[in-house]
Design a protein around this ligand. Structure first.
Ligand code: GTP
Length: 597
Protein backbone atom coordinates (compact mmCIF):
# COMPACT_ATOMS: atom_id res chain seq x y z
CA UNK A 1 0.00 0.00 0.00
CA UNK A 2 1.15 3.53 -0.74
CA UNK A 3 2.60 5.13 2.41
CA UNK A 4 0.13 7.99 2.10
CA UNK A 5 -2.61 5.55 3.11
CA UNK A 6 -0.77 4.32 6.19
CA UNK A 7 -1.25 5.60 9.74
CA UNK A 8 0.72 4.39 12.75
CA UNK A 9 -0.49 5.29 16.19
CA UNK A 10 -0.48 4.33 19.83
CA UNK A 11 -2.91 4.78 22.64
CA UNK A 12 -1.61 6.41 25.78
CA UNK A 13 -3.74 6.45 28.89
CA UNK A 14 -3.62 6.18 32.63
CA UNK A 15 -4.45 2.72 34.00
CA UNK A 16 -8.17 1.98 33.75
CA UNK A 17 -9.05 4.96 31.59
CA UNK A 18 -10.18 2.50 28.93
CA UNK A 19 -7.29 1.88 26.57
CA UNK A 20 -7.92 -1.84 26.05
CA UNK A 21 -11.66 -1.39 25.68
CA UNK A 22 -11.13 1.30 23.08
CA UNK A 23 -8.64 -0.86 21.17
CA UNK A 24 -11.18 -3.67 21.15
CA UNK A 25 -13.83 -1.36 19.72
CA UNK A 26 -11.48 -0.23 16.94
CA UNK A 27 -10.82 -3.85 16.03
CA UNK A 28 -14.49 -4.62 16.05
CA UNK A 29 -15.70 -1.71 13.96
CA UNK A 30 -13.07 -2.36 11.27
CA UNK A 31 -14.04 -6.04 11.20
CA UNK A 32 -10.49 -7.00 12.11
CA UNK A 33 -12.14 -9.49 14.39
CA UNK A 34 -15.71 -10.63 14.09
CA UNK A 35 -18.09 -10.14 16.96
CA UNK A 36 -18.00 -13.84 17.66
CA UNK A 37 -14.23 -13.93 17.84
CA UNK A 38 -14.21 -10.83 19.93
CA UNK A 39 -12.71 -11.77 23.22
CA UNK A 40 -12.85 -9.06 25.85
CA UNK A 41 -9.62 -7.09 25.89
CA UNK A 42 -7.91 -8.89 23.11
CA UNK A 43 -4.68 -6.98 23.30
CA UNK A 44 -3.98 -7.90 26.93
CA UNK A 45 -3.23 -11.56 26.46
CA UNK A 46 -1.17 -12.60 29.45
CA UNK A 47 -3.14 -14.02 32.37
CA UNK A 48 -1.19 -12.23 35.01
CA UNK A 49 -1.55 -9.07 33.06
CA UNK A 50 -5.27 -9.39 33.03
CA UNK A 51 -5.37 -10.15 36.71
CA UNK A 52 -3.26 -7.16 37.64
CA UNK A 53 -5.23 -5.13 35.13
CA UNK A 54 -2.20 -3.66 33.46
CA UNK A 55 -0.64 -3.88 30.06
CA UNK A 56 2.90 -5.23 30.20
CA UNK A 57 4.16 -5.94 26.71
CA UNK A 58 3.65 -3.75 23.72
CA UNK A 59 1.71 -5.44 20.98
CA UNK A 60 0.60 -4.40 17.56
CA UNK A 61 -2.33 -4.92 15.28
CA UNK A 62 -3.06 -3.83 11.72
CA UNK A 63 -6.58 -2.60 10.88
CA UNK A 64 -7.95 -1.74 7.45
CA UNK A 65 -10.40 1.11 7.46
CA UNK A 66 -12.56 2.33 4.58
CA UNK A 67 -12.70 6.03 5.28
CA UNK A 68 -15.42 8.47 4.25
CA UNK A 69 -13.05 9.90 1.60
CA UNK A 70 -13.46 6.62 -0.30
CA UNK A 71 -9.94 5.36 0.39
CA UNK A 72 -8.84 2.28 2.26
CA UNK A 73 -6.28 2.97 5.01
CA UNK A 74 -3.84 0.69 6.79
CA UNK A 75 -3.96 1.63 10.46
CA UNK A 76 -1.31 0.18 12.71
CA UNK A 77 -2.23 0.33 16.36
CA UNK A 78 0.69 -0.24 18.68
CA UNK A 79 -0.23 -1.01 22.24
CA UNK A 80 2.12 0.30 24.91
CA UNK A 81 2.80 -0.86 28.44
CA UNK A 82 1.08 1.36 30.97
CA UNK A 83 3.52 1.28 33.85
CA UNK A 84 6.56 3.40 34.61
CA UNK A 85 8.78 0.30 34.95
CA UNK A 86 8.36 -0.27 31.23
CA UNK A 87 8.90 3.32 30.20
CA UNK A 88 11.72 2.38 27.84
CA UNK A 89 9.45 -0.02 26.01
CA UNK A 90 6.83 2.69 25.81
CA UNK A 91 9.31 5.08 24.30
CA UNK A 92 10.38 2.57 21.63
CA UNK A 93 6.79 1.75 20.78
CA UNK A 94 6.06 5.44 20.41
CA UNK A 95 9.12 5.77 18.17
CA UNK A 96 7.32 3.42 15.77
CA UNK A 97 4.36 5.81 15.47
CA UNK A 98 3.48 9.19 14.01
CA UNK A 99 0.47 9.78 16.25
CA UNK A 100 -0.96 8.97 19.64
CA UNK A 101 -4.45 8.91 21.04
CA UNK A 102 -4.40 10.45 24.48
CA UNK A 103 -7.26 8.75 26.27
CA UNK A 104 -8.51 10.48 29.40
CA UNK A 105 -11.37 9.28 31.57
CA UNK A 106 -14.14 11.88 31.45
CA UNK A 107 -14.89 11.37 35.12
CA UNK A 108 -11.31 11.18 36.42
CA UNK A 109 -9.31 13.71 34.44
CA UNK A 110 -5.58 13.84 33.80
CA UNK A 111 -3.44 11.57 35.97
CA UNK A 112 0.31 11.39 36.61
CA UNK A 113 0.83 8.53 34.21
CA UNK A 114 -0.97 10.31 31.44
CA UNK A 115 1.55 13.11 31.78
CA UNK A 116 4.68 10.98 31.63
CA UNK A 117 3.49 9.30 28.46
CA UNK A 118 2.39 12.55 26.85
CA UNK A 119 5.86 13.99 27.42
CA UNK A 120 7.35 10.91 25.77
CA UNK A 121 5.00 11.30 22.82
CA UNK A 122 5.94 14.96 22.48
CA UNK A 123 9.63 14.08 22.59
CA UNK A 124 8.97 11.68 19.73
CA UNK A 125 7.21 14.48 17.80
CA UNK A 126 3.92 12.62 17.66
CA UNK A 127 0.62 14.20 16.71
CA UNK A 128 -1.51 13.84 19.81
CA UNK A 129 -5.28 13.45 19.50
CA UNK A 130 -7.11 14.02 22.78
CA UNK A 131 -9.87 11.47 23.36
CA UNK A 132 -12.27 11.92 26.26
CA UNK A 133 -13.57 8.46 27.10
CA UNK A 134 -16.35 7.12 29.33
CA UNK A 135 -18.72 9.95 28.47
CA UNK A 136 -21.58 7.56 29.27
CA UNK A 137 -20.75 7.74 32.98
CA UNK A 138 -23.12 9.91 35.05
CA UNK A 139 -20.07 11.60 36.63
CA UNK A 140 -18.53 12.42 33.24
CA UNK A 141 -17.56 16.07 32.82
CA UNK A 142 -15.91 16.33 29.38
CA UNK A 143 -15.70 20.13 29.48
CA UNK A 144 -13.78 20.15 32.73
CA UNK A 145 -11.43 17.42 31.48
CA UNK A 146 -10.82 19.35 28.26
CA UNK A 147 -9.89 22.41 30.27
CA UNK A 148 -7.56 20.34 32.39
CA UNK A 149 -5.82 18.94 29.28
CA UNK A 150 -5.37 22.47 28.00
CA UNK A 151 -3.93 23.89 31.22
CA UNK A 152 -1.78 20.95 32.29
CA UNK A 153 -0.53 19.67 28.95
CA UNK A 154 -1.12 22.66 26.73
CA UNK A 155 -2.92 20.70 24.02
CA UNK A 156 -5.72 22.25 22.02
CA UNK A 157 -8.89 20.28 22.80
CA UNK A 158 -11.31 22.03 20.45
CA UNK A 159 -11.43 18.96 18.29
CA UNK A 160 -11.09 16.36 21.03
CA UNK A 161 -13.16 13.27 20.27
CA UNK A 162 -15.71 12.24 22.88
CA UNK A 163 -16.12 8.49 23.16
CA UNK A 164 -17.62 5.74 25.17
CA UNK A 165 -15.51 2.71 24.41
CA UNK A 166 -17.96 0.68 26.43
CA UNK A 167 -21.09 1.56 24.50
CA UNK A 168 -19.38 2.25 21.18
CA UNK A 169 -20.06 6.00 20.97
CA UNK A 170 -17.68 8.14 18.89
CA UNK A 171 -15.56 5.28 17.53
CA UNK A 172 -16.24 5.96 13.84
CA UNK A 173 -15.54 9.64 14.38
CA UNK A 174 -12.28 8.73 16.07
CA UNK A 175 -11.19 6.63 13.07
CA UNK A 176 -11.90 9.59 10.77
CA UNK A 177 -9.81 11.83 13.01
CA UNK A 178 -6.91 9.37 12.92
CA UNK A 179 -6.98 9.35 9.13
CA UNK A 180 -7.18 13.14 9.00
CA UNK A 181 -4.76 14.16 11.70
CA UNK A 182 -2.08 11.49 12.10
CA UNK A 183 0.65 12.18 9.51
CA UNK A 184 1.48 9.42 7.06
CA UNK A 185 4.96 7.87 7.40
CA UNK A 186 7.79 9.62 5.60
CA UNK A 187 9.93 6.61 4.60
CA UNK A 188 10.35 5.44 1.01
CA UNK A 189 10.05 1.81 -0.12
CA UNK A 190 13.06 2.21 -2.46
CA UNK A 191 15.50 3.59 0.19
CA UNK A 192 18.10 1.36 1.91
CA UNK A 193 16.35 -0.75 4.53
CA UNK A 194 16.05 0.56 8.09
CA UNK A 195 13.91 -1.41 10.48
CA UNK A 196 13.16 -0.52 14.11
CA UNK A 197 12.74 -3.37 16.58
CA UNK A 198 10.12 -2.18 19.06
CA UNK A 199 9.32 -5.44 20.79
CA UNK A 200 10.01 -9.14 20.60
CA UNK A 201 8.76 -12.28 22.19
CA UNK A 202 9.78 -15.89 22.33
CA UNK A 203 7.48 -18.55 20.95
CA UNK A 204 8.13 -22.18 21.87
CA UNK A 205 7.56 -23.38 18.31
CA UNK A 206 8.79 -20.56 16.13
CA UNK A 207 11.60 -19.03 18.14
CA UNK A 208 11.85 -15.29 18.49
CA UNK A 209 9.12 -13.19 16.90
CA UNK A 210 10.42 -9.68 16.35
CA UNK A 211 7.96 -6.77 16.19
CA UNK A 212 9.17 -4.27 13.67
CA UNK A 213 8.41 -0.96 12.07
CA UNK A 214 9.84 -0.58 8.58
CA UNK A 215 11.19 2.96 8.70
CA UNK A 216 12.85 2.98 5.28
CA UNK A 217 12.99 0.54 2.37
CA UNK A 218 11.39 -2.82 1.74
CA UNK A 219 11.86 -6.07 3.56
CA UNK A 220 11.22 -9.38 1.79
CA UNK A 221 10.93 -12.97 2.79
CA UNK A 222 14.34 -14.62 2.26
CA UNK A 223 16.33 -11.39 2.78
CA UNK A 224 19.65 -11.79 4.56
CA UNK A 225 19.85 -8.95 7.06
CA UNK A 226 22.01 -7.76 9.92
CA UNK A 227 21.31 -6.37 13.40
CA UNK A 228 23.21 -3.14 14.02
CA UNK A 229 24.37 -3.32 17.64
CA UNK A 230 25.32 -7.01 17.72
CA UNK A 231 26.37 -7.44 14.06
CA UNK A 232 24.39 -10.66 14.04
CA UNK A 233 23.24 -11.93 10.64
CA UNK A 234 19.69 -13.12 10.25
CA UNK A 235 17.55 -14.48 7.45
CA UNK A 236 13.91 -13.49 7.13
CA UNK A 237 12.13 -16.88 7.18
CA UNK A 238 8.74 -15.22 7.41
CA UNK A 239 7.41 -11.70 7.60
CA UNK A 240 3.87 -10.48 8.05
CA UNK A 241 1.33 -8.38 9.87
CA UNK A 242 -0.82 -8.91 12.96
CA UNK A 243 -4.47 -8.95 12.10
CA UNK A 244 -4.58 -9.67 15.04
CA UNK A 245 -3.16 -13.16 14.52
CA UNK A 246 0.06 -13.36 12.50
CA UNK A 247 -0.64 -13.22 8.80
CA UNK A 248 2.37 -13.88 6.51
CA UNK A 249 3.10 -11.42 3.67
CA UNK A 250 5.67 -11.50 0.88
CA UNK A 251 7.07 -8.16 1.86
CA UNK A 252 6.72 -5.26 4.26
CA UNK A 253 7.33 -1.76 2.96
CA UNK A 254 8.29 1.58 4.48
CA UNK A 255 5.75 2.82 7.01
CA UNK A 256 4.36 -0.63 7.82
CA UNK A 257 4.34 -2.42 11.12
CA UNK A 258 4.53 -6.18 11.46
CA UNK A 259 6.72 -9.07 12.51
CA UNK A 260 9.66 -11.10 11.28
CA UNK A 261 10.71 -14.62 12.16
CA UNK A 262 14.34 -15.39 11.56
CA UNK A 263 15.18 -18.51 13.52
CA UNK A 264 16.77 -16.54 16.35
CA UNK A 265 16.65 -18.50 19.57
CA UNK A 266 17.09 -15.77 22.15
CA UNK A 267 15.52 -12.37 22.40
CA UNK A 268 18.82 -11.12 23.78
CA UNK A 269 19.79 -10.97 20.10
CA UNK A 270 16.91 -8.75 19.05
CA UNK A 271 16.95 -5.98 21.58
CA UNK A 272 14.19 -3.42 21.68
CA UNK A 273 15.26 -0.18 20.00
CA UNK A 274 17.89 -1.79 17.78
CA UNK A 275 18.06 -1.34 14.00
CA UNK A 276 17.98 -4.06 11.32
CA UNK A 277 19.52 -3.30 7.93
CA UNK A 278 20.57 -5.02 4.73
CA UNK A 279 24.38 -5.39 4.44
CA UNK A 280 24.06 -5.47 0.63
CA UNK A 281 22.66 -1.96 0.72
CA UNK A 282 24.22 -0.61 3.89
CA UNK A 283 23.17 2.41 5.93
CA UNK A 284 25.48 4.95 7.51
CA UNK A 285 23.74 5.29 10.82
CA UNK A 286 21.29 3.27 12.87
CA UNK A 287 17.96 4.66 14.04
CA UNK A 288 18.24 6.96 17.01
CA UNK A 289 17.80 6.19 20.62
CA UNK A 290 18.86 2.60 21.13
CA UNK A 291 20.03 1.72 24.61
CA UNK A 292 20.01 -1.60 26.42
CA UNK A 293 17.35 -1.89 29.12
CA UNK A 294 18.83 -1.03 32.48
CA UNK A 295 18.02 -2.71 35.77
CA UNK A 296 17.05 -0.29 38.51
CA UNK A 297 16.04 -2.60 41.30
CA UNK A 298 17.94 -5.65 42.54
CA UNK A 299 17.06 -8.48 44.88
CA UNK A 300 18.26 -11.95 45.83
CA UNK A 301 15.85 -14.75 44.98
CA UNK A 302 16.30 -18.00 46.90
CA UNK A 303 14.38 -21.26 46.74
CA UNK A 304 12.93 -22.21 50.12
CA UNK A 305 14.02 -25.76 49.55
CA UNK A 306 17.55 -26.25 48.21
CA UNK A 307 16.36 -29.03 45.88
CA UNK A 308 14.56 -26.36 43.86
CA UNK A 309 17.75 -24.51 42.95
CA UNK A 310 18.15 -26.04 39.48
CA UNK A 311 14.43 -25.59 38.78
CA UNK A 312 14.75 -21.95 39.74
CA UNK A 313 17.68 -21.49 37.36
CA UNK A 314 15.73 -23.11 34.52
CA UNK A 315 12.67 -21.00 35.27
CA UNK A 316 14.71 -17.79 35.25
CA UNK A 317 16.33 -18.80 31.97
CA UNK A 318 12.90 -19.41 30.46
CA UNK A 319 11.54 -16.10 31.69
CA UNK A 320 14.58 -14.35 30.30
CA UNK A 321 13.88 -15.81 26.87
CA UNK A 322 10.91 -13.51 26.79
CA UNK A 323 12.19 -10.65 28.84
CA UNK A 324 15.56 -9.22 27.91
CA UNK A 325 15.36 -6.77 30.78
CA UNK A 326 15.54 -9.50 33.44
CA UNK A 327 19.11 -10.23 34.55
CA UNK A 328 20.40 -12.79 37.04
CA UNK A 329 23.66 -14.18 38.39
CA UNK A 330 24.20 -16.94 40.96
CA UNK A 331 24.69 -15.75 44.52
CA UNK A 332 25.17 -17.43 47.87
CA UNK A 333 24.06 -16.28 51.25
CA UNK A 334 25.09 -17.94 54.51
CA UNK A 335 21.53 -17.56 55.71
CA UNK A 336 19.56 -18.43 52.60
CA UNK A 337 21.91 -20.79 50.77
CA UNK A 338 22.18 -20.82 46.98
CA UNK A 339 20.10 -18.42 44.93
CA UNK A 340 20.30 -15.69 42.32
CA UNK A 341 20.87 -11.97 42.37
CA UNK A 342 18.31 -10.58 39.95
CA UNK A 343 18.03 -7.17 38.29
CA UNK A 344 14.64 -5.67 37.42
CA UNK A 345 13.37 -2.55 35.68
CA UNK A 346 11.41 -1.59 38.76
CA UNK A 347 9.37 -2.90 41.62
CA UNK A 348 6.36 -3.93 39.57
CA UNK A 349 8.61 -5.84 37.20
CA UNK A 350 10.10 -7.64 40.21
CA UNK A 351 6.67 -8.49 41.62
CA UNK A 352 5.56 -9.89 38.29
CA UNK A 353 8.66 -12.09 37.94
CA UNK A 354 8.45 -13.40 41.50
CA UNK A 355 4.75 -14.10 41.08
CA UNK A 356 5.33 -15.94 37.81
CA UNK A 357 8.07 -18.06 39.38
CA UNK A 358 5.67 -19.05 42.13
CA UNK A 359 2.65 -19.54 39.98
CA UNK A 360 3.84 -20.84 36.63
CA UNK A 361 6.89 -22.73 37.85
CA UNK A 362 5.61 -23.76 41.29
CA UNK A 363 8.73 -22.72 43.13
CA UNK A 364 8.49 -21.61 46.74
CA UNK A 365 10.91 -18.78 47.18
CA UNK A 366 12.14 -15.94 49.30
CA UNK A 367 13.13 -12.66 47.78
CA UNK A 368 15.36 -10.33 49.75
CA UNK A 369 14.51 -6.66 50.27
CA UNK A 370 14.85 -4.88 46.95
CA UNK A 371 17.88 -2.66 46.68
CA UNK A 372 19.16 -0.07 44.23
CA UNK A 373 22.63 0.38 42.75
CA UNK A 374 24.96 2.45 44.92
CA UNK A 375 28.07 4.18 43.69
CA UNK A 376 30.90 4.17 46.18
CA UNK A 377 33.91 6.44 45.74
CA UNK A 378 36.88 4.84 47.50
CA UNK A 379 39.78 6.77 48.97
CA UNK A 380 42.10 5.21 46.42
CA UNK A 381 40.08 6.75 43.58
CA UNK A 382 38.30 3.55 42.63
CA UNK A 383 34.52 3.66 42.07
CA UNK A 384 32.63 0.61 43.23
CA UNK A 385 29.11 -0.10 42.02
CA UNK A 386 27.17 -2.35 44.34
CA UNK A 387 23.59 -3.47 44.71
CA UNK A 388 24.00 -5.91 47.55
CA UNK A 389 24.51 -4.89 51.21
CA UNK A 390 27.02 -7.75 51.53
CA UNK A 391 29.41 -5.88 49.21
CA UNK A 392 29.20 -2.56 51.03
CA UNK A 393 32.78 -1.70 52.07
CA UNK A 394 33.24 -0.89 55.75
CA UNK A 395 36.54 1.02 55.44
CA UNK A 396 38.21 3.12 52.78
CA UNK A 397 35.07 4.92 51.56
CA UNK A 398 35.22 8.57 50.63
CA UNK A 399 31.64 9.13 49.53
CA UNK A 400 28.53 7.12 48.72
CA UNK A 401 26.04 8.11 46.04
CA UNK A 402 22.55 6.80 45.47
CA UNK A 403 20.13 7.13 42.52
CA UNK A 404 17.48 9.86 42.71
CA UNK A 405 14.22 10.24 40.88
CA UNK A 406 11.93 13.14 40.13
CA UNK A 407 8.50 12.08 41.30
CA UNK A 408 5.20 13.69 40.37
CA UNK A 409 2.10 13.10 42.48
CA UNK A 410 -1.35 14.23 41.41
CA UNK A 411 -3.75 14.25 44.34
CA UNK A 412 -7.08 15.70 45.44
CA UNK A 413 -6.19 18.80 47.43
CA UNK A 414 -7.43 17.39 50.74
CA UNK A 415 -4.45 15.04 50.79
CA UNK A 416 -1.71 17.52 49.89
CA UNK A 417 -0.55 17.65 53.53
CA UNK A 418 -0.33 13.86 53.76
CA UNK A 419 1.56 13.56 50.49
CA UNK A 420 4.10 16.20 51.49
CA UNK A 421 4.56 14.58 54.87
CA UNK A 422 5.22 11.24 53.20
CA UNK A 423 7.70 12.73 50.74
CA UNK A 424 9.58 14.46 53.57
CA UNK A 425 9.65 11.25 55.56
CA UNK A 426 11.16 9.54 52.53
CA UNK A 427 13.98 12.11 52.38
CA UNK A 428 12.32 14.02 49.54
CA UNK A 429 13.48 17.43 48.32
CA UNK A 430 10.55 19.71 47.47
CA UNK A 431 10.59 21.02 43.88
CA UNK A 432 7.21 22.41 42.91
CA UNK A 433 3.47 22.49 43.46
CA UNK A 434 0.82 23.35 40.88
CA UNK A 435 -2.95 23.57 41.08
CA UNK A 436 -4.62 21.71 38.23
CA UNK A 437 -8.10 22.97 39.05
CA UNK A 438 -10.00 23.82 42.21
CA UNK A 439 -9.86 20.24 43.46
CA UNK A 440 -6.58 18.70 42.36
CA UNK A 441 -2.91 19.47 42.90
CA UNK A 442 0.30 18.31 41.26
CA UNK A 443 3.29 18.03 43.59
CA UNK A 444 6.87 17.41 42.48
CA UNK A 445 9.67 16.10 44.68
CA UNK A 446 13.13 14.67 44.18
CA UNK A 447 13.42 11.43 46.09
CA UNK A 448 15.99 8.66 46.57
CA UNK A 449 14.98 5.68 44.43
CA UNK A 450 15.75 3.38 47.38
CA UNK A 451 12.88 4.94 49.35
CA UNK A 452 10.50 4.46 46.44
CA UNK A 453 11.29 0.79 45.96
CA UNK A 454 10.47 -0.04 49.55
CA UNK A 455 6.88 0.92 50.20
CA UNK A 456 6.23 4.35 48.76
CA UNK A 457 3.33 3.28 46.53
CA UNK A 458 1.53 1.47 49.33
CA UNK A 459 1.93 4.36 51.72
CA UNK A 460 0.87 6.90 49.12
CA UNK A 461 -2.24 4.87 48.42
CA UNK A 462 -3.20 4.56 52.06
CA UNK A 463 -2.49 8.22 52.80
CA UNK A 464 -4.68 9.41 49.93
CA UNK A 465 -7.36 6.70 50.11
CA UNK A 466 -6.15 5.50 46.72
CA UNK A 467 -6.83 8.82 44.97
CA UNK A 468 -3.30 9.95 44.21
CA UNK A 469 -1.41 8.92 41.10
CA UNK A 470 2.36 8.80 40.95
CA UNK A 471 4.99 8.80 38.26
CA UNK A 472 8.75 9.14 38.29
CA UNK A 473 11.82 9.49 36.14
CA UNK A 474 15.50 8.92 36.97
CA UNK A 475 17.51 12.08 37.37
CA UNK A 476 20.92 10.67 38.33
CA UNK A 477 23.06 10.11 41.41
CA UNK A 478 23.42 12.27 44.53
CA UNK A 479 25.72 11.91 47.49
CA UNK A 480 24.07 10.64 50.68
CA UNK A 481 25.13 9.65 54.17
CA UNK A 482 24.55 5.95 53.75
CA UNK A 483 25.52 3.19 56.13
CA UNK A 484 25.21 -0.55 56.30
CA UNK A 485 23.44 -2.07 59.27
CA UNK A 486 24.18 -5.70 60.21
CA UNK A 487 21.89 -7.88 62.24
CA UNK A 488 23.56 -10.38 64.56
CA UNK A 489 21.81 -13.42 65.94
CA UNK A 490 23.74 -14.94 68.85
CA UNK A 491 26.71 -12.84 67.83
CA UNK A 492 26.70 -14.08 64.22
CA UNK A 493 25.86 -11.65 61.41
CA UNK A 494 23.00 -12.92 59.23
CA UNK A 495 23.69 -11.58 55.76
CA UNK A 496 20.09 -11.80 54.56
CA UNK A 497 19.06 -9.30 57.23
CA UNK A 498 21.72 -6.66 56.45
CA UNK A 499 20.58 -3.47 54.79
CA UNK A 500 21.89 -0.14 53.53
CA UNK A 501 20.08 2.98 54.70
CA UNK A 502 20.52 6.64 55.49
CA UNK A 503 22.42 7.13 58.75
CA UNK A 504 19.47 9.03 60.25
CA UNK A 505 17.27 5.96 59.85
CA UNK A 506 19.79 3.32 60.94
CA UNK A 507 18.84 3.34 64.60
CA UNK A 508 15.10 3.22 64.01
CA UNK A 509 15.23 0.51 61.34
CA UNK A 510 17.75 -1.55 63.33
CA UNK A 511 15.46 -1.46 66.33
CA UNK A 512 12.38 -2.33 64.30
CA UNK A 513 14.09 -5.44 62.92
CA UNK A 514 15.43 -6.67 66.26
CA UNK A 515 11.97 -6.25 67.81
CA UNK A 516 10.35 -8.11 64.95
CA UNK A 517 12.86 -10.95 65.12
CA UNK A 518 12.30 -11.29 68.84
CA UNK A 519 8.67 -12.06 68.06
CA UNK A 520 9.21 -14.49 65.23
CA UNK A 521 12.22 -16.55 66.32
CA UNK A 522 10.93 -19.24 68.70
CA UNK A 523 12.56 -19.55 72.11
CA UNK A 524 15.23 -22.16 72.23
CA UNK A 525 17.08 -23.96 75.02
CA UNK A 526 19.50 -21.09 75.51
CA UNK A 527 19.31 -17.33 75.55
CA UNK A 528 19.62 -15.64 72.14
CA UNK A 529 20.78 -12.05 71.80
CA UNK A 530 19.60 -10.23 68.67
CA UNK A 531 21.59 -7.13 67.83
CA UNK A 532 21.74 -4.44 65.19
CA UNK A 533 25.24 -3.16 64.51
CA UNK A 534 26.77 -0.23 62.68
CA UNK A 535 30.26 -1.55 62.03
CA UNK A 536 31.40 -2.63 65.50
CA UNK A 537 28.91 -0.41 67.31
CA UNK A 538 25.74 -2.07 68.60
CA UNK A 539 22.74 0.23 68.07
CA UNK A 540 19.88 -2.02 69.21
CA UNK A 541 19.49 -5.21 71.18
CA UNK A 542 16.74 -7.65 72.13
CA UNK A 543 17.01 -10.95 73.94
CA UNK A 544 15.02 -14.12 73.45
CA UNK A 545 14.86 -16.01 76.74
CA UNK A 546 15.68 -19.69 76.98
CA UNK A 547 12.72 -22.05 76.88
CA UNK A 548 11.97 -25.62 75.98
CA UNK A 549 8.86 -26.04 73.99
CA UNK A 550 6.93 -29.11 74.99
CA UNK A 551 4.58 -29.76 72.15
CA UNK A 552 2.86 -32.52 74.07
CA UNK A 553 1.80 -30.22 76.86
CA UNK A 554 -1.49 -29.54 75.13
CA UNK A 555 -2.16 -33.26 74.92
CA UNK A 556 -3.62 -34.27 78.21
CA UNK A 557 -5.58 -37.34 77.11
CA UNK A 558 -3.90 -40.59 76.17
CA UNK A 559 -4.55 -40.29 72.44
CA UNK A 560 -1.35 -41.66 70.98
CA UNK A 561 -2.14 -40.81 67.34
CA UNK A 562 -2.66 -37.16 68.25
CA UNK A 563 0.70 -37.14 70.10
CA UNK A 564 2.38 -38.62 67.04
CA UNK A 565 0.82 -36.00 64.85
CA UNK A 566 2.10 -33.18 67.02
CA UNK A 567 5.62 -34.58 67.08
CA UNK A 568 5.49 -34.97 63.32
CA UNK A 569 4.36 -31.37 63.00
CA UNK A 570 7.28 -30.21 65.11
CA UNK A 571 9.67 -32.16 62.89
CA UNK A 572 8.19 -30.55 59.78
CA UNK A 573 8.53 -27.16 61.42
CA UNK A 574 12.22 -27.88 62.02
CA UNK A 575 12.77 -28.61 58.35
CA UNK A 576 11.63 -25.13 57.50
CA UNK A 577 14.14 -23.59 59.91
CA UNK A 578 17.50 -22.25 58.90
CA UNK A 579 20.42 -23.04 61.17
CA UNK A 580 22.53 -19.95 61.84
CA UNK A 581 25.38 -20.86 64.20
CA UNK A 582 23.53 -22.64 66.99
CA UNK A 583 20.22 -20.87 66.39
CA UNK A 584 17.35 -22.08 64.26
CA UNK A 585 15.56 -19.30 62.44
CA UNK A 586 12.19 -20.03 60.81
CA UNK A 587 11.61 -18.98 57.20
CA UNK A 588 8.84 -16.70 58.41
CA UNK A 589 11.48 -14.60 60.17
CA UNK A 590 13.13 -13.80 56.86
CA UNK A 591 9.85 -12.98 55.25
CA UNK A 592 8.58 -10.83 58.09
CA UNK A 593 11.77 -8.79 58.20
CA UNK A 594 11.52 -8.15 54.48
CA UNK A 595 8.00 -6.91 54.94
CA UNK A 596 8.97 -4.53 57.71
CA UNK A 597 8.01 -0.94 57.25
P1 GTP B 1 -5.00 -0.95 31.70
O1 GTP B 1 -4.96 -2.09 30.72
O2 GTP B 1 -5.06 -1.40 33.12
O3 GTP B 1 -4.01 0.13 31.43
O4 GTP B 1 -6.41 -0.28 31.60
P2 GTP B 1 -7.07 0.26 30.31
O5 GTP B 1 -6.75 1.69 30.21
O6 GTP B 1 -6.80 -0.65 29.19
O7 GTP B 1 -8.59 0.18 30.74
P3 GTP B 1 -9.66 -0.91 30.33
O8 GTP B 1 -9.97 -0.84 28.89
O9 GTP B 1 -9.27 -2.21 30.91
O10 GTP B 1 -10.90 -0.29 31.08
C1 GTP B 1 -10.94 -0.16 32.49
C2 GTP B 1 -12.38 -0.27 32.98
O11 GTP B 1 -13.14 0.82 32.46
C3 GTP B 1 -13.07 -1.53 32.50
O12 GTP B 1 -13.87 -1.99 33.54
C4 GTP B 1 -13.91 -1.06 31.33
O13 GTP B 1 -15.06 -1.84 31.15
C5 GTP B 1 -14.27 0.34 31.75
N1 GTP B 1 -14.50 1.22 30.59
C6 GTP B 1 -13.71 1.39 29.50
N2 GTP B 1 -14.26 2.29 28.65
C7 GTP B 1 -15.41 2.69 29.23
C8 GTP B 1 -16.44 3.60 28.84
O14 GTP B 1 -16.42 4.25 27.79
N3 GTP B 1 -17.46 3.76 29.71
C9 GTP B 1 -17.55 3.09 30.89
N4 GTP B 1 -18.59 3.31 31.67
N5 GTP B 1 -16.63 2.23 31.27
C10 GTP B 1 -15.57 2.01 30.45
Amino acid sequence: MDTKFKRNFSIIAHIDHGKSTLADRLLQITNTVSEREMKEQLLDSMDLEREKGITIKAQAVTLFYDAKDGNRYELNLIDTPGHVDFIYEVSRSLAACEGALLVVDAAQGVEAQTLANVYLALENDLEILPVINKIDLPAADPEKVKEEIETVIGLDTDEAVLTSAKSGIGIEELLEEIVKKVPSPSGKPESPLKVLIFDSHFDDFRGVITYVRIVEGTLKKGDKLRIWSTGKDIEVLECGIFSPIMKPQNELTAGSVGYIISGIKSIQDTRIGDTIFNPKNPIEEPLEGYRPAQSMVFAGIYPISTEDYEDLREALEKLQLNDASLSFTPETSTALGFGFRCGFLGLLHMEIIVERLRREYNIDLISTTPSVEYRIHMENGEIKIIDNPAEFPIVGKKAVEEPYIKGTVITPKDYVGNVMELCQEKRGIYVDMQYLDETRTMITYELPLAEIVLDFYDKLKSKTKGYASFEYEMIGYKESKLVKVDILVSGEPVDAFSFICHSDNAYYRGRAITEKLKDVIPRQMFEIPIQAALGSKIIARETIRAYRKNVLAKCYGGDISRKKKLLEKQKQGKKRMKQIGNVEIPQEAFISVLKLD
